[in-house]
Design a protein around this ligand. Structure first.
Ligand SMILES: [Zn+2]
Length: 200
């Protein structure tokens, strides 16, 4: 969809702010520097027309060494997520390396089971991830499309000052603003903070 159509739909649904987040350069059709600049112009036109806040975002896949690849562009929000079919310890290892070594704002769809029937989640590894998120001031995404992180993870983080975001992960118009699952799940994060400002 065009940015303009997304903004129109978001406005109709009463949203005040959205983020347009495309896949990064490791993806075959990902966001290059040139595409990001073109998209920025569309975002500015849509902000003018619909009077809605629109953040310019990118979602980077986390690689085997925990790395992310980013086009050189000043984004409002950077998400890092696992997109490979990895399980248990390997999944945690990559996320931990990424949290230690890369600069980004939000850990995307952590513990998603959309790509795999991953059930290798473990309490001690969850707690390590929570520590790293808090230390590095990275938010965890509550993702209503992937319906993750798990309730167990959120309960383990409930006493921590963990930042979180809401993600519809909408790939089609009908899912824009579908964040009910996120709102419900945020109740577990009793000491968490919803991110208002991502980067200045
Ligand atoms: Zn993703």
């Amino acid at each position: 969809m065009s940015v303009m159509k997304i903004a129109k739909k978001a406005k109709e649904r009463g949203l005040k702010a959205i983020a347009i987040v495309d896949h990064s350069t490791e993806h075959r059709f990902g966001l290059t520097e040139r595409k990001a600049a073109m998209r920025q112009r569309e975002i500015e036109e849509a902000i003018d027309r619909y009077d809605i806040e629109i953040l310019s975002g990118v979602e980077c896949g986390i690689g085997a060494g925990g790395e992310i690849s980013l086009p050189s562009f000043k984004f409002d929000v950077i998400i890092a997520s696992i997109h490979d079919l990895v399980y248990g310890d390997e999944y945690y290892r990559r996320v931990e390396l990424c949290l230690k070594n890369c600069e980004f704002d939000i850990l995307g769809h952590f513990q998603s089971t959309i790509f795999s029937m991953n059930n290798g989640w473990r309490e001690e590894r969850d707690l390590e991830i929570i520590d790293l998120l808090v230390e590095n001031d990275v938010a965890v995404e509550l993702n209503s499309y992937h319906t993750c992180p798990t309730t167990e993870f959120l309960l383990r983080a409930s006493s921590r000052k963990l930042r979180y975001s809401f993600g519809s992960d909408a790939h089609t118009a009908d899912r824009i603003g579908e964040i009910e699952w996120c709102i419900n799940s945020s109740k577990y994060l009793k000491n968490g903070r919803f991110i208002k400002e991502v980067r200045s």
